[in-house]
Design a protein around this ligand. Sequence first.
Ligand code: KG4
Ligand code: ZN
Length: 425
Amino acid sequence: MKILAIETSCDETAIAILECNGDEKAAQFRVLGNALLSQIEIHKGYGGVFPALAKREHAKNLVPILEAALEEAELLHEDTQAIPEETRAKIRDILAREPGLTEAFFEFTSECEPPAIDAIAVTAGPGLEPALWVGINFAKALALLWEKPLVAVNHMEGHILAALLEKGERGEEFSISNLQFPILALLISGGHTELVLMKEWLRYELIGQTRDDAVGEAFDKVARMLALPYPGGPEISKLAEESRAARVGTISEQTAGFGPGSRSEYLATRLPDLGLGARYSDLRLPRPMMHDGTCDFSFAGLKTAVLYLLKDRPGLNDEEKKQLAREFEDAVADVLWKKTAQALDETSAQTLVIGGGVSANMHIRRTFTEKILSEFPTVSFRLPATSLTTDNAIMIALAGYYRALRKEFATDIVASGNLSLAPVR
Ligand code: KG4
Ligand code: ZN
């Protein structure tokens, strides 16, 4: 089955076309086309995503992105199409709220054959509603014109499936198979921080969630306080990694001359006081709700602690800024791990996955990889490929395929900014 998927929930306009085979036990995927345009540069000036601007950019970019994805998939065949006036009128109606898109839509589709795809999947939520609507209306117009079934996708399901995707043996081929249930997913993105349990395929239970800010939001806000550009996650991460590299340098100097292997011996004996919780600087931040016994999170307090720290200590130098970024990342990773470990204990999950933009974070990836090995050695751990951590349409196509397998086609799709995966336990 060939799925064309559209993602416009935030600041990425993306369309992917995947060839999908197999079933819920074992499925194989081949990426035929994948086009993505990030609006990061446009939103940088606002220090975050500006919804009206995101909507306008999606409307401007969807047709060129579609053309690029179809072309890469070798599904673009020029041919003049006579679109009946009745169909045109319906499409004009569907696209009425997306000025500029209607014209580009007709210009493009009247000159190419309906492509050989089997279904169109589109993100219905969660996300920014004005942005979601552009993608949904575009998908509806294409489905009507090309007479293809539509599938509504939950963006967070996409993030989970992207984390379960494994690289196959041959280049472009991927698979999802050999899953051990229950699967616990830690979803960390700009809008979400939640622990979700999948006891059965695509059925979710909410185990824990943030009571205030999402973790990605905290990264972005702290970055802003440090005058770093949007999106803040990668910027904070870069500074924190520089601080860690400097620390390893110091340890190396201390162990120099002790002979081969001395550094690792030194690290092994001294790590308990040099590693997590080490006082590499006097910049300390709290670990909110770390020991409250729940699987819920809170990041607003951590963000405020950074604000107060910066007020108390105006004019931090570059070195101190790196140390602060590192302490912030350490605090985030400590809390995320503690809550995840608790959820693993409570649910006896056999598989752990991390999904969402923040799962690109190297320190979080490392922390979880080490901790799983040492504390839950029988749990299988899956991380998304770094290229699939932030928003993309490949993950939407994966979710679209599984929903299409279940014949969950949509007659109408409504944008749902707060669409959730699971009822509260
Ligand atoms: O999943 P995503 O692309 O969009 C949403 O669905 O929200 O996540 C975006 C978030 C942003 O907050 C961004 O700062 C964060 O992911 N992010 C990171 C990293 N890369 C992206 N956070 C920490 N470290 C990173 N390397
Ligand atoms: Zn996302």
